[in-house]
Write a protein that binds this ligand. Structure first.
Ligand SMILES: Nc1ncnc2c1ncn2[C@@H]1O[C@H](COP(=O)(O)OP(=O)(O)OP(=O)(O)O)[C@@H](O)[C@H]1O
Ligand SMILES: [Mg+2]
Length: 394
């Protein structure tokens, strides 16, 4: 059976579930998966991180599992879709089935972020031009920022995704030149100062929404740009221009403390228990209130954890949240993707600040199940070998 026919089937199924067609990346991932490529190979070929490819793929498997009402995974996706296509070889009956007259199961991308959006609105109304949405990995920074900037009030939106590795970050000069040429049809200047002035003029005439995503690899332990990326500081100063009409949202796991740059930080909290409940209901996951609360607490309301768990419970436990938790409560990081998420933060912590890294491990003596809050004195006691003058910074 032709891969194109299967791809079109996947597209119409995803459209049924989400109201959106497959994008280019999703299509390329499906094709590569069906040619038995690993996520790592796909990531390398398409120049994305392996984690991102896994995220996009796992969302796809989740959506397809939901529409087809059977578990779809990387390894069985082609077989399941081919079987479905064969069963519905009469194209007309297939169309009837996929565009079923009942309401499509609309799964909104963004749940429970009303307060966050209101807070961003407030900050912007107060005259803030650049806001760092800060929070741990997977909490939902990028999703919130993208959704916010999709608002039609923005005449143009620009997106810059920072490379995960400091060494691979595109120099600020190149980014600005590209924006000027491609998005404003303006020739950049000979030197960076002139180029920035040209950008500044553009940003005073149009309401532009800018997303600078994943800022932390560009920052050192003090939250300043690494010397080789100091020109991002110059760019930010332009983006903060009080006469500009632009709104810049930056997402970062760490704080930005660049001298002379007056950005505001918004600490994004985890999703509320009610939001997790809403997500569980949408995905038809059954779970006792007690276990749902335990899971929500174990993962701090993390949005990525919620999505991964949702996928695992729907896929492997037929939507039975209690059975899942019974099996996994002893090791909440069992799901591999969650391990990777936590590891990446811990590795960065170790690289930036050994004392903070040691403190993090020592915190293990307080079990999260038993100790809801750790007093400051408790933290200080764990830093017995650190100069007290550094305690606050650590
Ligand atoms: N409000 C939300 N409702 C439902 N799902 C969400 C929400 N926010 C984020 N997600 C999902 O959670 C996952 C992680 O979100 P996102 O990539 O925005 O996190 P992040 O904070 O930017 O993480 P990182 O620090 O790794 O970049 C994504 O799969 C996203 O679709
Ligand atoms: Mg992100």
């Amino acid at each position: 059976m032709g891969a194109e026919a299967v791809l079109e089937l996947a597209d119409s199924l995803v459209f049924t579930a989400t109201g959106k067609h497959l994008n280019d990346l999703q299509r390329m991932i499906l094709k590569d998966v069906w040619q038995r490529q690993t996520y790592r190979e796909i990531a390398r070929r398409l120049r994305y991180t392996e984690g991102h490819i896994k995220d996009v793929a796992s969302q796809l498997w989740q959506t397809l599992s939901q529409v087809l009402d059977e578990r779809v995974t990387k390894s069985n996706s082609l077989t399941v879709l081919e079987r479905y296509l064969q069963k519905n070889h009469d194209k007309r009956s297939l169309q009837l089935e996929v565009s079923s007259p009942t309401q499509p199961a609309e799964i909104p991308r963004l749940l429970g972020r009303e307060a966050a959006i209101a807070q961003l609105n407030r900050l912007i109304d107060q005259g803030q031009r650049a806001i760092v949405i800060q929070g741990e990995g997977g909490i939902g920074k990028t999703t919130l920022a993208q959704q916010y900037l999709e608002h039609p009030a923005f005449e143009l939106s620009l997106e810059l995704l920072m490379a995960k590795e400091t060494a691979n970050i595109t120099p600020a000069e190149q980014v600005v030149e590209e924006w000027l040429r491609q998005d404003f049809q303006v020739e950049p200047g000979q030197d960076f100062g002139v180029t920035l002035e040209r950008l500044k003029r553009q940003l005073r005439t149009q309401r532009v929404g800018i997303l600078i995503d994943n800022l932390e690899p560009a920052l050192d332990a003090q939250g300043r740009f690494w010397a080789e990326h100091s020109r991002y500081g110059d760019l930010l100063r332009i983006l903060c221009d009080p006469k500009g009409k632009t709104v810049t949202l930056l997402t970062s796991r760490d704080r930005l403390c660049e001298p002379g740059v007056t950005v505001t930080h918004y600490r994004l909290p985890g999703l509320s228990l009610d939001t997790w409940k809403q997500f569980w209901e949408q995905h038809r996951i059954t779970c006792s209130a007690e276990n749902l609360m335990a899971m929500h607490r174990a993962y701090g309301g993390n949005a990525k954890a919620m999505n991964i768990l949702g996928g695992a419970i729907s896929g492997d436990f037929e939507g039975d949240g209690d059975a899942y938790w019974q099996e996994n409560r002893a090791d909440p990081l069992m799901a591999l993707d969650l391990k990777n998420l936590v590891n990446s933060q811990v590795v960065r912590l170790q690289a930036l600040d050994e004392d903070a890294y040691r403190l993090f491990y020592r915190l293990g003596c307080y079990r999260y199940q038993d100790v809801p809050r750790i007093p400051t004195e408790g933290l200080r006691a764990l830093m017995w070998d650190v100069d007290p003058a550094r305690h606050h910074q650590v």
